[in-house]
Ligand binder design. Structure first.
Ligand SMILES: [Zn+2]
Length: 323
């Protein structure tokens, strides 16, 4: 039946009908809010390239997470800004490191919200690389042990999930093995299975103070031009025991999200990264875009592509708009 019998506009005439036939829904319980914790007390320092995001000390973080929880957001992803950095990233797996202390405080003070920890070495190495370095090479196998130790120390502190983001080969398996050996067989691994070497991470480097002193991350993160390679990465992570798969960044890689959604049954997360966030915020500040509208549109697009879970710096703002 063609026009005039068929008129798609009939179902667009009122908000109540549009709402009834809506295919994709956004809800705060699909959001994870990334947060940055630093040493000290009483600290809430804005990250200039990510307006509305802060470095928190453990005490102020606890208060902020209470408000995150009250918005119905499922969890937070914690990144650490350590007191000291060194060649072996020792603060990453120090049981009294800043992330470990934050996890302990959050599990004690704010029950009922998931505390997920980022597992990587780049915030903790003096040279800002994601693994141990020899000359100009980032060593793979030697880094696995330290990544696994980091994940174990997070689990011991009470982390609900651990999220390896380094893209070293074999890290999911190394983490799974060490967690299981220590009685943490029920702590899930949210794997950054498909993480691209992206220019959209720019603002995060300031936030996490993790810009590499030399070279870049192209020897471990994926080439933005590749899609088939994502399937290989995901197959390996599943084999090694990943529970949830993640694609990072989100917006420029919606085809990858859709491809993984169609081929795998695992829950799928997507990380809307700092550059995606800051670009919209900046355009909003200039009056070039309606920020509230484009924020929700960008998140809807990520869900429509097939992500079950979205890590986003918009989590709080979007949750408020949806309530
Ligand atoms: Zn890293």
């Amino acid at each position: 039946m063609a026009f005039p019998a068929t008129r798609p506009r009939r179902l667009r005439m009122s908000e109540i009908v549009r709402k009834m036939v809506r295919e994709t829904r956004l809800s705060p319980d699909q959001f994870i809010y990334p947060m940055f914790v630093c040493p000290g007390e009483g600290i809430k320092k804005e990250i200039s390239s990510m307006p509305g995001n802060y470095h928190w000390s453990v005490d102020t973080l606890v208060e902020e997470v209470r408000s995150v929880k009250s918005l119905g957001i499922s969890g937070i992803m914690l990144f650490g800004i350590p007191e000291r950095k060194d060649d072996r990233a020792t603060s990453a797996y120090d049981d009294h490191g800043v992330v470990q202390e934050a996890v302990r405080a959050l599990k004690r003070e704010v029950p009922g919200i998931l505390v997920i920890t980022d597992v990587c070495l780049c915030e903790y190495t003096a040279n800002g690389h994601c693994g141990l370095v020899k000359g100009e090479e980032i060593l793979n196998d030697e880094s696995l042990e330290l990544l696994a130790l980091s994940a174990l120390s997070h689990a011991k502190a009470g982390a609900d999930l651990v999220a390896p983001s380094d893209m070293m080969d074999g890290r999911v398996g190394a983490i799974r093995t060490l967690l299981d050996k220590n009685g943490f067989q029920n702590v899930p691994i949210l794997s950054y299975a498909v993480k691209y070497a992206s220019g959209y991470y720019g603002p995060f480097r300031e936030a996490a103070d993790s810009a590499p002193a030399f070279g870049d991350r192209r020897s471990h993160q994926m080439d933005p031009a590749n899609a088939r390679e994502a399937l290989r990465e995901v197959d390996l992570d599943i084999e090694e025991g990943a529970d949830i798969l993640m694609v990072k960044p989100a917006g420029p890689y919606l085809d990858i999200i859709r491809m993984l959604r169609d081929r795998y049954t695992h829950p799928l997360a997507a990380y809307q990264v700092s550059g995606e966030y800051s670009a919209l915020v900046a355009a909003g500040q200039l009056g070039w875009l309606d920020l509230e509208r484009t924020m929700l549109e960008s998140l809807t697009g990520i869900r429509r592509a097939g992500a079950d879970i979205i890590l986003t710096y918009f989590a709080k703002d979007a949750a408020r708009l949806l309530s």
